[in-house]
Ligand binder design. Structure first.
Ligand SMILES: Nc1ncnc2c1ncn2[C@@H]1O[C@H](COP(=O)(O)OP(=O)(O)OP(=O)(O)O)[C@@H](O)[C@H]1O
Ligand SMILES: [Mg+2]
Length: 491
């Protein structure tokens, strides 16, 4: 009985001892776990801080527009917040097919700075090929025995690895004045616009280590991502700007060319009516020339019969001069018409109408047409008077052609001039049968004619529209009224 109770006491002590052990183990584990937790907490805090800094950096960056300042801001950020000793940014130069230093930051003495600034990296350099192959970064380290090892990584995949004695990579590092360094491509992965090199020189103990640790990779990877996005964005903005400028320039050129063509066409149109004009001049001169001939015959007759005294000679000269003056007035109104209008001037519309009717008087009279002018007031408008006369001539000649084709019993052309609000309106109506509704929408189109190649080019009304609407900012329209067509010009 006694033995049994001692045994159970021993057993109890033993099991207590075991429990104590187990508890002690657990406490140890807990303490370890707590330590880890603190580590994680610290790491998280550090990461949060880095994200905040990156956020501010991103905001500063977004205000920048040129590559130079974006890269300068980037190297400052690396030194101030990521904690490396030195940082260099290279930018691609198309002309020399190389990367050239655009910005550097960190501790460099003046001689070192000058040396690093003059580095150029040819695009064809073998050290860069793994970057162009799409890796996220290249990390190079030199150990105590001066052996350089290098890795190019892309999303956890190693694209390239050189161990031991890659001289070129060691040389590259020494040209940067860095023992260990990382290179990040910035911009489009296929052909980065820029490169970011960060690293430390020989005895850099206070700085962040160049290694493949998560914190470093995250910090630099995020930074490179932000900068790359902005560089790409700015590049496409610039491409867009260049394109739209180019487009604007081409549109302007096309518009100028069209203007030039319009001008030429108008001038050609004017020469086209020249034939019409000459026959009109001839017509208008026929009568005064006849009279002049009669005066001269009379002069001769008088001289034969009774001789001429001074008074009679004077009277003959006066009469002849009056006729010649009238003839020269006629030709003046034609002459002005052929001068191209250079500048907009204020002109009286009524005077233009009267001049135009004078020019056409002869040929209209021949066809038994006597146009009527009804004018209210004497409005003036800004524009090109000769071009305006050209418009009136085209419309009046069209009306005459319609009348000679249709031959109404009493051919009529009524020209009216009046004001409507601040606009001046001229209408020309005839009784030549009007314009068929199926073509009325097309008569202002270039080369639209119903007259056949011998008689019409179809340019007349197109030119009228160009002159009135493009050159003078007015409107021209047509409708059928009564027995014929009515053209309306508003300026
Ligand atoms: N007063 C009118 N009455 C009837 N039809 C007209 C009248 N004015 C113009 N048209 C129609 O409009 C068409 C176009 O006129 P437009 O002056 O542009 O050319 P066109 O007179 O045929 O040739 P051109 O270039 O030699 O003047 C004419 O062919 C004609 O069919
Ligand atoms: Mg015509």
């Amino acid at each position: 009985m006694k033995k049994a109770s001692t045994l159970s006491l021993e057993q109890m002590v033993e099991s207590l001892q075991q429990e104590k052990e187990a508890l002690a183990q657990q406490v140890k584990r807990l303490i370890r776990a707590e330590g880890k937790l603190y580590e994680y907490q610290e790491e998280l805090d550090a990461q949060l801080k880095e994200y905040e800094q990156l956020y501010d950096f991103n905001r500063r960056l977004n205000r920048l527009h040129d590559l130079q300042s974006i890269l300068a801001e980037t190297v400052s950020y690396v030194i101030d917040h990521v904690g490396f000793e030195r940082a260099i940014c290279f930018a691609r130069d198309e002309e020399s097919q190389s990367y050239q230093v655009f910005a550097l930051e960190g501790y460099y003495d003046p001689a070192e700075k000058a040396a690093v600034t003059s580095i150029t990296l040819p695009l064809s350099s073998p050290c860069l090929s793994s970057l162009f192959a799409g890796c996220d970064y290249l990390v190079c380290k030199t150990d105590r025995h001066h052996k350089t090892s290098c890795r190019a990584e892309s999303q956890e995949m190693i694209l390239f690895q050189a161990d031991g004695s890659d001289r070129r990579l060691a040389e590259l590092g020494s040209s940067f004045l860095m023992k260990d360094y990382l290179i990040y491509p910035l911009g489009s992965p296929a052909l980065p616009q820029a490169l970011l090199v960060v690293g430390n020189c020989e005895n850099a103990t206070f700085y962040r280590k160049v290694d493949g640790q998560r914190g470093t990779v995250l910090a630099l990877g995020n930074l490179a991502g932000v900068v790359s996005w902005l560089i790409e964005h700015r590049a496409s903005e610039q491409r867009y700007r260049q394109l739209s400028e180019e487009l604007e320039r081409r549109v302007q050129e096309a518009v100028d060319e069209l203007r030039q063509k319009d001008k030429l066409l108008i001038l050609q149109g004017r020469h086209a009516v020249m034939g019409e004009m000459i026959s009109n001049i001839a017509h208008q001169w026929r009568q005064p020339l006849n009279v002049l001939g009669l005066v001269l015959q009379e002069l001769q007759l008088t001289q034969h019969k009774q001789g001429l005294n001074a008074e009679e000679v004077d009277s003959f000269v006066k009469r002849s001069l009056a006729i010649i003056r009238q003839m020269s007035r006629t030709i003046d109104s034609f002459r002005h018409f052929f001068k191209p209008d250079r500048e907009k001037v204020e002109f009286r519309v009524r005077e233009c109408l009267e001049n135009t009717l004078t020019i056409l008087e002869g040929s209209f009279r021949m066809q038994g047409i006597a146009p009527t002018l009804e004018a209210v007031g004497d409005p003036t408008v800004d524009g090109y008077p000769n071009e305006f006369i050209q418009v009136l001539l085209n419309i009046l000649i069209n009306a005459r052609e319609a009348l000679t084709a249709r031959k109404p019993a009493a051919p009529q052309i009524l020209v009216r001039l009046f004001s409507e609000g601040d606009r001046t309106v001229v209408t020309v109506a005839d009784n030549g049968g009007g314009i068929p509704e199926e073509i009325i929408d097309r008569i202002f189109d270039p080369y639209f004619t119903t007259k056949g190649p011998e008689q019409g080019t179809g340019i007349g009304l197109f030119m009228c529209k160009t002159i009135v609407e493009k050159n003078m900012g007015g409107r021209i329209s047509v409708r059928n009224v009564g027995e014929g067509a009515e053209f309306r010009i508003e300026v």
